[in-house]
Design a protein around this ligand. Structure first.
Ligand code: AMP
Ligand code: MG
Length: 479
């Protein structure tokens, strides 16, 4: 690996250096060799992947560290948080020369663990491993992972479970909550920290008249696009606290996330979220709320005689969030539907379709695949209100008449995944892995790598939700 240790250059108040605490009996889980290649791992490092992904082997030239941050959790100020069970173990250059963080999750207690044990369990590590891989396969900016290891050590949750570690990659682990911590506990570091964030992640902003404002605009834009992409594939993050969103707009720290199956806008995968704050349909507005909380932390960076203007400029920047989101969401939806994005009725027609999915409780991903394959009768057969469906279909055909259908079909093909990580798929892989059989993790890993194409390893249950009379897997917040 080629190191680019830059976070350790920051003021030591912002992190705590310590070594990982390996689990007993670490053993192979799964390894993403293609990602290791992208990150320029040597042949020797690839051979040593189990030792690296279990904290037994650390890299010369980088002292692992836990980052400190703060955050708003479920809408409330939570004070100091931080990496309570993960360590930044390296920053490395990928083949494109981009710096990528390697973060070892489950690496033991840190000064920020609060009541936690510093560990992660195999169940949640597999879910994060497959979901990050799935999002990357879908073309959605997200953390990913080079590999994970299991162990013979048990970790206590609702019951005793296998301890595990995940070597996560991300273009940044700097969260909105890092700014909240600095502003609250070390405001003297804010200017330099912001400057570094811009240099590292948005160097193009340095050429702007007001780099901080340009930075804010970029973070707002990337977050809006990320969330539009989530909505389009039916991804629900689960814990959109300000400490779980980063400044590069790449998906991070999804906890009890889920890919929606039957279309239910008020669906919530996080059973600890009793008020439904982080439902699928709330995600866009929560993104806005989080950014608003974050922007408050930039205000102290205004020139003393320019505070009011700067505040107003930040508020104006945030006004761009909604149109940016809508533009990407509407365009993406038109592509999924195979409708021309410039047509004035396309969005209405898409809404008509979503309304049918909702009222008929149809599977989101499967229904779009059926639409793409022009299997209209299959969708109709699943509808109780066939008149509603016939009206939609008439409208749909009217708009598509005289359009370049071949081009529209191609767009549909590139925007409608055949595979998402359904809860029951992850669950089956987890149950096998708990018996040391990682073949199902590997099968899912392969099909999710190219989710828009039919794969030889496909099983019928990959394409549909469980029958509606089978209870859903409850995904708990304890991970
Ligand atoms: P999350 O919402 O899962 O991202 O976690 C919120 C905070 O709790 C973060 O600061 C985590 O590092 C910390 N945390 C979560 N689980 C544990 C654990 N088992 N041990 C220590 N800290 C934890
Ligand atoms: Mg977190």
């Amino acid at each position: 690996m080629i190191l680019n240790a830059r976070y350790p250059l920051l003021n030591p108040k912002l992190y705590h250096q310590q070594l990982p605490n390996p689990l007993q009996g670490a053993k192979a889980g799964h390894f993403n060799a293609a990602l290791a290649d992208e990150l320029q791992w040597t042949e020797q490092e690839k051979k040593d992947w189990i030792a690296i992904c279990s904290g037994q082997h650390t890299l010369d030239g980088f002292s692992p560290l836990a980052m400190v941050y703060a955050g708003h959790q479920f809408g409330h100020w939570a004070g100091q948080l931080g990496d309570g069970r993960g360590l930044l173990i390296a920053q490395v250059l990928n083949k494109d020369g981009q710096t990528i963080d390697l973060h070892l999750k489950g690496a033991g207690k840190t000064p920020y663990s609060r009541m936690g044990d510093g560990r992660a369990v195999l169940r949640s590590v597999i879910r994060e491993y497959l979901a990050g891989h799935a999002l990357n396969g879908l073309g959605i900016a997200s953390s990913n992972a080079v590999g994970f290891t299991s162990s013979t050590q048990t970790v206590q949750r609702e019951k005793a479970e296998s301890g595990a570690m995940l070597l996560r990659t991300a273009d940044s682990h700097i969260r909105l909550g890092n700014f909240e911590w600095i502003n609250q506990y070390a405001p003297e570091l804010l200017a330099e920290f912001t400057q570094k964030c811009i240099e590292w992640h948005y160097p193009e902003c340095l050429e702007q008249q007001n780099p901080i404002l340009a930075f804010a605009e970029k973070v707002i834009e990337r977050t809006a696009i990320m969330i539009a992409n989530w909505q389009l594939v039916g991804f629900a993050h689960g814990v959109m606290n300000t400490d779980n969103l980063n400044i590069t707009g790449s998906t991070l720290d999804f906890g009890p996330f889920g890919f929606m199956e039957r279309f239910r806008p008020n669906w919530i995968n996080n059973h600890s979220d009793h008020q439904g704050r982080y439902t699928y349909q709330n995600q866009p507005s929560i993104g806005h709320w989080n950014l608003w909380m974050w922007l408050n932390n930039l205000i102290p960076l205004a020139q003393p005689d320019d505070k009011e203007n700067f505040k107003e400029a930040l508020a104006t920047a945030l006004e761009q969030y909604e149109p940016t989101f809508l533009k990407h969401y509407q365009q993406g939806l038109a592509y999924k539907m195979g409708l021309p994005d410039f047509h004035k009725d396309s969005f209405d027609c898409a809404m008509q379709f979503l309304h049918i999915l909702q009222s008929e409780q149809l599977d989101y991903t499967q229904s779009f695949i059926r639409l793409q394959q022009q299997q209209y009768q299959l969708i109709r057969d699943d509808c109780l209100d066939v008149r509603q469906f016939d009206q939609f279909l008439q409208h749909y055909h009217n708009i598509r008449e005289h359009q370049d259908l071949e081009a529209l079909q191609q767009l549909m093909q590139h925007h409608n995944p055949r595979y998402i990580l359904r809860n029951h798929m992850a669950q089956r892989a987890i149950e096998a892995a708990e018996q040391d059989d990682f073949s199902e993790v590997d099968r899912l890993f392969q099909i999710l790598a190219t989710p828009f194409e039919q794969h030889v390893l496909e099983r019928p249950e990959d394409l549909a939700p469980l029958p509606s009379d089978v209870p859903e897997v409850a995904v708990s917040c304890s991970s």
